[in-house]
Design a protein around this ligand. Sequence first.
Ligand code: GLN
Length: 291
Amino acid sequence: MSGVAPSAKSLIADARRRFETAGLADPATDARVLVCGLLDLSPTVLLLDGEKPLSPDTVARVEAAIVRRLGREPVHRILGQRDFYGLDLALSAGTLEPRADTEILVDAILPHLQRMVAAVLKPEIADLGTGTGAIALALLHECPEAEAIGIDISEDALATAGLNAARNGLAERFRTRPGPWFDHTPEIFDIIVSNPPYIRSDVVTALEPEVVRFDPMAALDGGLDGLDAYRAIAASARSHLRDHGIIGLEIGFDQRVDVTQIFDVAGFSLLEERRDYGGNDRVLVFAPKLY
Ligand code: GLN
């Protein structure tokens, strides 16, 4: 970069080289998304204006972000936001970064939600451990008739979820509530959804630094066998779900049999299961057994 002021393109190339050297999994994407996100550059603007010299302040801002990524902070944490199901969501210290795989839970629930609109007009959704609000807000965005309560033990997460509802024009149909689980929520719902913590405690610290250092532990650690949250949800779900209701859960890749059994004992039958983009079991949908 001798003499010539750096441009977006030269900063992307520089970041890419440094990310590659550091052994990051996807250096090219990280470099492009990080620099374009920071400078608010669309692909077209990058193409047309990408060689324009940048101000020293801008270059310093990009450099600081590159250093954070080299410290293994995820790109979207550095940017402070990410896309989920077409929504722009703010992230904060108390929220798990929404994953693409979790969109499969939204896909699985939507047809049920549409079916309920015909029957109950305004289906009510509880999102347990709402975090950024991702699942509930995506469902509300897709279904203008629905309403949701996002429940979380983290006050920081509740603040972020509320902000995300407002940011996406969904605040009128979204409320937040402190957890844990249904402890402060007397209402009965048509749909319960959750992406609870489900990683076994002995595995959690071995996850990639991006996850273990930057996602909140409370959103990851599912206890000794990873199933604590499912047991807690199963214990109280039936009394918070209408007879025609459903529960949609994200699960760990090896938890289908155990979680199905936990919910079977609690009075639910498995209605549907879906795999993620890697071919792993990822989503289960249960309905109450009606005797
Ligand atoms: N899918 C997340 C991960 O693998 C875990 C999320 C969770 O425990 N709910 O990092």
